[in-house]
Design a protein around this ligand. Sequence first.
Ligand code: HAM
Length: 426
Amino acid sequence: MEFTRPRGTRDFLPSEMEKRRHVESLMRHTFDSFGYSEVATPTFENLELFTTKSGEEIKEHLYHFKDKGDRDLALRPELTAAVMRLYINELQVAPKPQKIFYIGNCFRYERPQSGRYREFWQVGAELIGSSRPEADAEVIALAMDTLNALKLKNCELHIGHIGILRGILEENGVKEDDQEQLMGIIDKGEEAELQAFLDDLGLSPDVQRTLNAILYLKGEKNEGVLIKAKKLLSGNPEALDALNNFRVVLDKLDAFGVEDYTINLGIARGLDYYTGTVFEIYAANLGAQKQICGGGTYSLVEVLGGKKTPTCGFAFGFDRVILALEKEGYGFEEGTKTRFFVMATGPELADDALKVARRLRGRFPAEADIMARKMGKALKYASNRGFSHAVILGEDEFKTGRLIIKDLRTGKQVEIGTNEVETFEP
Ligand code: HAM
C-alpha cells in the first residue's frame, strides 16, 4: 500500500525549505523594524472562536472535529480570531497600541488548485488599540514595505473602505446578517448572484444603482474617484462619514511613503469582521489565486467577549508570496553558503575527520564523511550535496600537522596547519 499526502497538502524538500526560511527571515526583519513582536497560538482552537462571528455556515470551510473529551475543536483557518483571543486573555491591560505579528499554518476545506491549498501558511500583523487613520495607514505601509524588502516587482495594492458599503446598507435598513451575506457575494465576484440578492433585499432601484456604481468605482489616486463617490453618496451621511475617514487614511499613507495604489471601492473581503479601510494586494502573474495579501480595519474583540477595541491588520498568503517571487526569477542564494565536508584518505584518520568537523562547527556548518568512502567518491558526494569546501586529511600531511582545504566551486586548494582550523577564513 502506498501512502499519499492528504489532498491539498504539500511536502517541502530541503531546497524548498531553504527558500521559505530565507523569505520568512526577510519578512520577520521588516516586521521587527516597524516594532511588531511575534506571538504564536495553538494550531487548533475551540470551534466557537470561529463560529461566534461567522455563524455555523463557516463550518463548511473548516476542519473541525470532536476530541475524546467531546469538545468541539477546529484547525485554525486564519490567525486573527486567535490573536484577538490571546489579546483578551493576556494583553488587555498592556499599553496600547499593541503591535503583533505571527507566522503560522492555516487550514481551510477548499477545492485545491494552483496557489490554493488546504494547509497553507500566513504571515500577518495586527495593530490593536488605535482607531486613528495612522493605524490603518501603518499596516498598509508595513505590508508594502515587506514586499519591497523582498523586491517583489509585479504587485498591485488596492484599497477600499467597507464602511461606505455598510453605510448605504445600514441607512436602508439591511440587517447585519444580510450585510455579511452580501459582502461574501461581492467578494466572490458573482455578478448574477449579486443582482438577484440585491433584488431579494427589496432595495429601491435608486439604492441599487448607487450600490452598483460604488462597487465598480475604481481608479488611480488622482483620477477623481473620491469626488465621484462623494457625488453618489450625497444624502447618505453614514456613508459620507466613512468616505471622509477614507480620505484621511489615504492622506496619511503619503507620509508612510505608499504612493502607488488603486482606490477600489468594490473590495468587500471574504471574512465577516471588517468595518472600515480594507485592502488587498495582487500578484498579477499568479492567475486566479493572485491575492497575496488581505486585511483592513475590523471589529472582533467585543464579539469575543473583550472590551470594544479598535483593530486593524493583514495577512500575507506566504505560499503565494513565494510563488510570485519564483515567477519573477527571484535569486534564492542557493549554494552560496560556506559549508565544509571533512574526509580522510584512510580509515586510520576517520576519527580525526570527525574531530576536525566538530572544531569547524563552532563557526561554519561542517560534516565529516561517515561512510568510509574513498577520496574520489567522497569529493563527488560533497560536490553533489553543494558543499563549498572539502577538508582533506591525508596521512602524510596530517602526520606533520597539515591538512588540505579545497574550494569545490573553483577547484583551488590551500594547505593549513591543523592548529589553524578554528581561525581559518575561507
Ligand atoms: P484572507 O484574505 O482570508 O484574510 O487570507 C489572507 C491571505 O491568505 C490571502 O490573501 C491569501 O493570499 C492567503 N490564503 C487564503 N486562503 C488560502 C489558501 N487556501 N491557500 C493559500 N493561500 C491562501 C485573513 O485570513 C485575515 N485574517 C487577514 C487579516 C488579518 N485581516 C486583519 N488582520
